[in-house]
Design a protein around this ligand. Sequence first.
Ligand code: ZN
Length: 320
Amino acid sequence: MIKVERVDCPNLLKWNEIPQKEGEIETRDSILFFNDISNHNSKYQKMGIRGARIKESYSAYSDKTVRKVLKEMFNGKCAYCESKISAIYNGDIEHFRPKGGYNDMSGQPLINPGYYWLASEWENLLFACPFCNQTNTQEIFDGINTREVVQGKLNQFPLLTNTYRLNYNDGNNYINDKSEYEKAFNLEESERLLLKPCTDIDVEKHFKYDDLGLIYKNAGLNSLEENRAETSIKVYALQRLGLIQTRKEKVIQIKAQIRRVEQALLNYNKYLDKSEEENIWFEGILRDEMKILKAFKNSDQEYAGLARYIIEKYFNAFII
Ligand SMILES: [Zn+2]
């Protein structure tokens, strides 16, 4: 998982436009709907044009224009596991805070309503793969044993305690009392246990990787950070076997490139006192091999978080 810069909000989800955009209309409508407590266990459904039919609940967020922006923003990669999605799958538009209902842990009863007022909130949307974002029976590997476990985020949104958990009333504050809402939102944020790539600037420091492709909480974290790293690994199923195997292949590629850099450096030093022509030749090779190594760290590359960790660890070994 790496930090991803959020780009500007797509037009459809903008607020205070004239005429009102789809996202704002839908949000205001859903807030009215959930103001009625008798609707709390019902699914919000948007009335169709002229009430002719009931359309599927929330649709603004899944518009193709929103999907396109999200896909580009995440370079076609899953926000959580960094696998390239687009070759095999359309990609899920993920609600970080679940819109329908939520639970602290998979298997626990769903609490309704969820964060319905954030269904069309740009900041709440991510691009994700079905293995991280949905719930599946997955093969989870701990380095020794493989277990079949139901994992994947789906409706999970665990907090350290439920003291500051936002509730349906906060939907009203979201539109009527921004400062009150932000105060409540920030309190909840302080106890959030899932790492979020667009918000947490230090998301990468939470993880370390080994040569087998396994991911772990990093050293040097405080207890809340440790909890966040461990909860995120579990909830996003980041220790699933298929993902570990693909990360391991990436480690092999990176390590092979590190060897090429080392060899190029050896050659460069060996011919340093030879002709200028040889000097330039071996310097060029060294520069090219370094460029290839650095490219693994680019945000558009699969498993850039892992690449950054391994490459930085390698170079840090030279710094005394
Ligand atoms: Zn994923």
